[in-house]
Design a protein around this ligand. Structure first.
Ligand code: HEM
Ligand code: NAG
Ligand code: NAG
Length: 337
C-alpha cells in the first residue's frame, strides 16, 4: 500500500513542481516590479517629470554654475543615510532632527531651494505623484549633464521617508580627513566598491570646498606642526593665502582648480600631480585596492570615467530605496505629510 501510494505521488509531485517552476518567474517579476526601481516609473502618472526637473535645474545652473555641484552632492548625502529616501531634505519639525545640521552638511549642503522649486513645479503638473527622493536623483543626473558630464537613465520609484537620521549623517558620510581604509569601509557598508569610490569621487571635478575642510593639510597634518607633503607645496602656499591658520573657515576654493565648473577628468589629473584639494581626494592615490590604478586610468581616458560614472551613480541611487507602500510621497520635501 505504502509502495503504491509512493509510486502514485511521485509523478504528482513532479507535475506540481513543474507548474511551480513555470509560474515562479511571473510571481517574482510581479514582486520585482513593486520593489525595483525602473526608468519608466512615471511614464503614465507623470510623463512630463523629466522635462520639468531639467528645466528648473537648467535655470538654476544658468544663474549659478556651482548649483550643478551642490545638487549632485545632495543625492550622495541623501543615499548614504537610510538609503535614497529624501531624508536629507526634512527640516527639524516636531520629532524630526534635520540631517542638515550634521557635520558634513552644516554650512555646506545647499540647493534645497532649487529642490523646492522643482517640487512645486512637479506638484502643479502631477499632484502627490513624484517623490522628493526621485527628484533629487533626477536633479543629480541633470546637473552632471549640464556641467558637461555623461548622461544616463535614472531608475525611479523611490518613496520618501518619514524620518531623518542626524547620527547616520554624521557617521555614514565620509569626512575629508578620513583615511583611505575608513572611506572605503564607509562605501562598502553601502554596497559600493573601490571602483565606485574612485569614479564617484570624480564628482569633485565640479564645485567648491571651504577652508575648514582641508586646513589641517596646510598646517598640521599629523599633529606634528608639519604640513601634508602629499600636497604640492606651491599649490599649498597659494591655498594658505586665503585659508589662514585661524579664521576664514567658510572661504571657498575650487575642488578642481583647473576647470571648476566643467565635468571632466581633470580631477584625476590633479591627483596625479599632488593637487587634489581634500585629503580624501589625495588618498585615492594609494596602491591599496588598485585605487591608484583607477585614478591613472580615469586621468588617461575620460571616456572610461564617463562610462563608469553613470554605472556607479545608478548603483548609489539604488541604496535601500523605499518602494511599494513603504514611506510616502511628500507634498512638501521639507516635511512629512
Ligand atoms: C569619497 C568620500 C567623499 C568625501 C570625504 C567628500 C567630502 C566633501 C567635502 C569635504 C566637500 C566640501 C564641503 C565644504 O567644504 O563645504 C565636498 C564637496 C562636494 N562633494 Fe564630496 N566627498 C566625497 C564623495 C563625494 C561623492 C560620492 C559625491 C557625489 C556623487 C560628491 C560630490 C561633491 C560635490 C559635487 C561637491 C561640491 C559641492 C558644492 O560646491 O556645493 N562627493 N565633498
Ligand atoms: C578630522 O577633522 C575633525 C573635524 O575638524 C577633527 O575633530 C578630527 O580630530 C580630525 N581627525 C583626524 C584624524 O585628524
Ligand atoms: C598640531 O596638532 C596637535 C594635535 O592636534 C596639537 O597638539 C599641536 O599644538 C598642533 N601644533 C600646531 C603648530 O598647530
Amino acid at each position: 500500500m505504502a509502495h503504491h501510494h509512493q509510486s502514485m505521488s511521485s509523478p504528482m509531485v513532479l507535475v506540481f513542481m513543474t507548474i511551480l517552476a513555470l509560474f515562479a518567474p511571473i510571481c517574482f517579476s510581479h514582486d520585482l516590479k513593486s520593489s525595483r526601481l525602473y526608468p519608466q516609473f512615471y511614464h503614465r502618472s507623470c510623463p512630463k517629470v523629466h522635462e520639468i526637473v531639467y528645466s528648473v535645474v537648467a535655470r538654476a545652473v544658468a544663474k549659478e554654475a556651482r548649483m550643478a555641484a551642490s545638487l549632485l552632492r545632495l543625492h550622495f548625502h541623501d543615499c548614504f543615510v537610510q538609503g535614497c529616501d529624501g531624508s536629507l531634505l526634512l527640516d527639524s519639525i516636531g520629532s524630526i532632527v534635520s540631517e542638515k545640521g550634521s557635520n558634513p552638511n552644516r554650512n555646506s549642503a545647499r540647493g534645497f531651494e532649487v529642490i523646492d522649486q522643482i517640487k512645486a513645479a512637479v506638484e502643479k503638473a502631477c499632484p502627490q505623484t513624484v517623490s522628493c527622493a526621485d527628484i533629487v536623483a533626477l536633479a543629480a543626473r541633470d546637473s552632471t549633464v549640464l556641467a558637461g558630464g555623461p548622461s544616463w537613465e535614472v531608475p525611479l520609484g523611490r518613496r520618501d521617508s518619514k524620518t531623518a537620521s542626524l547620527s547616520g549623517s554624521n557617521n555614514n558620510i565620509p569626512a575629508p580627513n578620513n583615511t583611505f581604509p575608513t572611506i572605503l569601509t564607509k562605501f562598502k557598508r553601502q554596497g559600493l566598491n573601490v571602483i565606485d569610490l574612485v569614479a564617484l569621487s570624480g564628482s569633485h571635478t565640479i564645485g567648491n570646498a571651504r577652508c575648514t575642510s582641508f586646513r589641517q593639510r596646510l598646517y598640521n597634518q599629523s599633529g606634528n606642526g608639519q604640513p601634508d607633503y602629499s600636497l604640492d607645496q606651491s599649490y599649498a602656499a597659494q591655498l594658505r593665502a586665503r585659508c589662514p591658520r585661524s579664521g576664514g573657515d567658510q572661504n571657498l576654493f575650487f575642488l578642481d582648480y583647473v576647470s571648476p565648473t566643467k565635468f571632466d577628468n581633470n580631477y584625476y589629473k590633479n591627483i596625479e600631480v599632488s593637487k587634489g584639494l581634500l585629503n580624501s581626494d589625495q588618498v585615492l592615490f594609494t596602491k591599496s585596492e588598485s585605487s591608484m590604478e583607477l585614478v591613472k586610468k580615469y586621468a588617461r581616458d575620460s571616456g572610461l570615467f564617463f562610462k563608469q560614472f553613470p554605472v556607479s551613480m545608478v548603483k548609489m541611487g539604488n541604496i535601500s530605496p523605499l518602494t511599494g507602500s513603504r514611506g510616502e510621497i511628500r507634498k512638501n520635501c521639507r516635511r512629512v505629510n
